[in-house]
Design a protein around this ligand. Structure first.
Ligand code: ZN
Length: 428
């Protein structure tokens, strides 16, 4: 099977043709031709490596009314992704080889992105004893990222043991950093606004205290630590300090924390309720700067679909979480590219190369060069569109970007040379 992509701009640079043969990039250059090839006109479109998400909630098994591996995979492909890590807080929890293999197989069957299961750190996400980390690593799903996301591994002795185990597996613990004793009943960022709105606050210190503790533990053990959804300026400071000391720590930021602030809570619309919460303008500025600098390694969506009955209720009882996969690249274009903080190579690094490296994924996050797997996307950066939740591929509708105009449209996505998205539509 041969594919010829004409006139694309790899990394936003000079136009070139991209020839794909048998799932790999065969050549990149001017005026390429190939008899019998499928031709895609990509004039003016930016070509980037397929995106890799470290943090997706696909909800299957257990909450197929909110999302399935297939619907979430379709949303991911439409967002330009070729691989997503599926978080472990399903029902049953992905804490055994059996469950992670089930999720991995469902991903293979959907065939739209590579679905890479994350394994739970503790049995049932209970924070009490370690799950079968080795069995999950050795399974067909080849788990390398372990996380109790949704919950913090709060017990420091258990966290230390988890780090020791994953070190031997060449894995990483992805920590949802939230000291639970400091966030009992928390509803939004703790500050002037939470006091005025009468909502219990989630203090920045609850995140920063765990990150500080965990970088010290990771340093002591010599293991890799990954910090999920960093949301505060203080967290960026701690990460900068840890990296300067050579601690093996990586971190991610979500699109919503790059764009939105706690001001969104003013109308008590629970679509803006998320954990960790939306923070202040100063935090957003620090997160953008941290991502530009590389202190924050990756953008990860924390795509969190919720059924209407769990989300469209009063603020206090609504589940935290937001959709992210389909708009992530647009939000990064708006917050990082149009502001001059990142160029297209920077976007490829933070949304593809580094997340793939953190997850130890083969065949993803590779540069657009001959010989590499043809995992790539084509983006029209000039198109701006208003987000309509009803038009999303996700089974859920809880998009915080509803009604907001965002730049950039993913026109096509290719997984090992096969189109999963063409003309902005999923091919299956
Ligand atoms: Zn989380």
């Amino acid at each position: 099977m041969t594919l010829l992509i004409k006139g694309a701009r790899p990394y936003g640079e000079d136009a070139a043709d991209i020839l794909v043969k048998d799932g790999r990039i065969a050549a990149i250059g001017e005026s390429l031709s190939a008899t019998g090839a499928d031709v895609v006109d990509a004039t003016g479109l930016v070509a980037l490596p397929g995106l890799v998400d470290l943090h997706t909630h696909l909800r299957e098994p257990g909450r197929e009314d909110a999302e399935t591996v297939e619907s979430g995979s379709r949303a991911a492909a439409l967002g330009g992704y070729t691989a997503v890590h599926a978080m472990a807080n399903t029902d049953p929890v992905a804490d055994t080889a059996g469950v992670v293999e089930q999720v991995w197989r469902l991903g293979q069957e959907a065939g739209l992105v590579d679905v890479v299961p994350v394994g739970a750190v503790t049995v049932g996400l209970s924070g009490e004893r370690l799950a079968e980390l080795g069995a999950m690593a050795d399974s067909a799903a080849r788990v390398r990222v372990f996380s109790d996301d949704g919950h913090c591994v709060a017990d420091p002795a258990l966290m230390r043991r988890a780090l020791e185990y994953v070190k031997a597996l060449d894995g990483v613990v992805a920590q949802h950093a939230e000291e639970p004793r400091l966030t009992v009943g928390a509803q939004m960022h703790e500050g002037d606004r939470s006091a005025r709105l009468g909502l219990t606050g989630w203090p920045a210190a609850a995140e920063e205290a765990i990150i500080a503790r965990d970088v010290l533990l990771a340093d002591h053990v010599g293991a890799r630590l990954h910090v999920c959804h960093v949301s505060t300026a203080g967290s960026v400071e701690i990460l900068r300090w840890a990296k300067s000391r050579g601690v093996q720590v990586t971190a991610e930021v979500t699109p919503h924390h790059l764009l939105l602030t706690d001001e969104c809570a003013e109308g008590y619309d629970p679509v803006f309720k998320v954990n960790p919460p939306l923070r202040t303008d100063a935090d957003v500025e620090a997160l953008r700067a941290g991502l530009a600098e590389g202190v924050i390694d990756a953008v990860a969506t924390d795509h969190a679909p919720h059924a209407v009955e769990d989300k469209e209720t009063e603020w206090a009882s609504a589940r935290p979480g937001m959709l992210g996969l389909e708009q992530a690249l647009s939000v990064v274009v708006a917050t990082m590219v149009e502001t001059g903080l990142l160029d297209w190579r920077g976007v490829a690094d933070r949304m593809s190369a580094r997340p793939a490296a953190i997850g130890r994924l083969d065949g993803h996050g590779r540069p657009l060069t001959p010989g590499e797997p043809a995992n790539l996307l084509l983006l029209d950066p000039g198109t701006r569109a208003v987000v309509d939740p009803a038009a999303l591929a996700s089974r859920s509708r809880n998009s915080p970007y509803a009604g907001r105009e965002l730049p950039g449209r993913v026109v096509a996505t290719f997984l090992r040379g096969e189109a999963t998205v063409l003309d902005g539509k999923a091919t299956r």
